[in-house]
Write a protein of this length. Structure first.
Length: 322
């Protein structure tokens, strides 16, 4: 293969401990990719019967992917702390490590049994407390502007790793012949002008007037602005945002009458996806402020999110702040 493999590419980034952490994460997600691609032939499809800290049904694969990531990151000996959608509390993995990681082990779980794209989202910070002891809350409750590395794995028609360490966004595709990630999408830039909007239109009655006016704007006929735009929504944040990253578009999960802070979690969904989109030239806001400037106060806090191409973001925020 005359493309750099992920391990070779990421070593060039400099920090050896961070390289070891990210390579271990990629190894764990190769295992997850294999499980996802064969889920219908195994007994890991379906629900565990328990619910997580968010009161959501936990699927067997949510639990299993969470365990795989914990095991691989512990083995890397570089990851001090772990916070996950599937764990109520923070975990100390390697007290001597200098990084913490926030993960959504499996995003879009409702799509597991219908073979639609799902993913793993991750966000790495440097711990603030001294290495050697247990991690503390402050090690995780850091702004997105302090992100050291973030991205996602998408298990779709191909398995890809989309990652940024703060110097642009690169995409790697898993080669099924040798089970290695190779650089396939160097320096991804999100199209400035998008024509796709992603939102759960079924909740429209619960949205504020300003947002509803934006949705009406998207549906109007206007040749100059290539409207009507196309509505694309697959119920998987990773799937919807990855499509928009490549083709241009906006993804919105707003606060609404039923979910006053929105649904998506700040630490392991909104911050990492916003870091990627901003590094690719897009924008990300909670409707009022830049997501990466929000100071987290709780490991599992939710936040509203508007994220995508500049033209659609500017127009959407104009409507919702009228
Ligand atoms: P998760 O599977 O990690 O709980 O995330 C599901 C999220 C996100 O992936 C998606 O954008 C959103 O839920 C869809 O929510 P609705 O079904 O309410 O539209
Ligand atoms: Mn999720
Ligand atoms: Mn999840």
């Amino acid at each position: 293969m005359n493309r750099p493999s992920f391990p070779d590419f990421v070593v060039a980034d400099g920090d050896l401990d961070l390289t070891k952490l990210l390579v271990a994460l990629a190894e764990g997600c190769k295992v997850i990719s294999h499980l996802v691609n064969n889920v219908g032939l195994s007994d890991i499809i379906g629900h565990t019967g328990s619910s997580n800290v968010h009161g959501e049904d936990v699927q067997k694969l949510d639990d299993l992917t969470n365990k795989i990531l914990t095991d691989y990151l512990t083995a890397s000996e570089t990851c001090a702390g772990f916070v996950s959608e599937e764990n109520e509390h923070i975990l100390t993995l390697n007290a001597g490590g200098k990084f913490t990681i926030a993960v959504d082990p499996l995003d879009g779980s409702s799509n597991i049994d219908v073979a639609a794209p799902i993913g793993t989202i991750f966000c790495v910070h440097e711990r603030l407390t001294a290495p050697g002891g247990d991690v503390e809350g402050v090690d995780f409750l850091q702004k997105g502007t302090a992100t050291r590395a973030a991205g996602y794995f998408i298990y779709g028609s191909s398995t890809m790793l989309i990652i940024s360490t703060g110097r642009g966004v690169n995409g790697f595709t898993l080669n099924t012949a040798d089970n290695e990630f190779y650089l396939s999408h160097p320096n991804i830039m999100m199209p400035e002008k998008g024509k796709i909007y992603s939102i759960n239109q079924g909740n429209a009655q619960k949205y504020d007037d300003g947002l509803r006016n934006f949705l009406n704007y998207c549906g109007e006929v206007d040749k100059d602005t290539s409207r009507p735009y196309s509505l694309r929504y697959i119920g998987s944040m990773v799937g919807d945002i990855h499509r928009n990253l490549i083709k241009g578009g906006i993804f919105i999960y707003p606060a609404n009458k039923g979910e006053t802070k929105g649904k998506l979690r700040l630490l392991y969904e909104c911050i990492p996806m916003s870091f990627i989109v901003e590094q690719a030239g897009g924008k990300a806001s909670d409707g009022k402020m830049r997501i990466l400037e929000i100071q987290p106060t709780d490991f599992h806090e939710r936040c509203a999110i508007f994220i995508g191409s500049k033209n659609l973001m500017d127009k959407a925020l104009e409507f919702v702040n009228q």
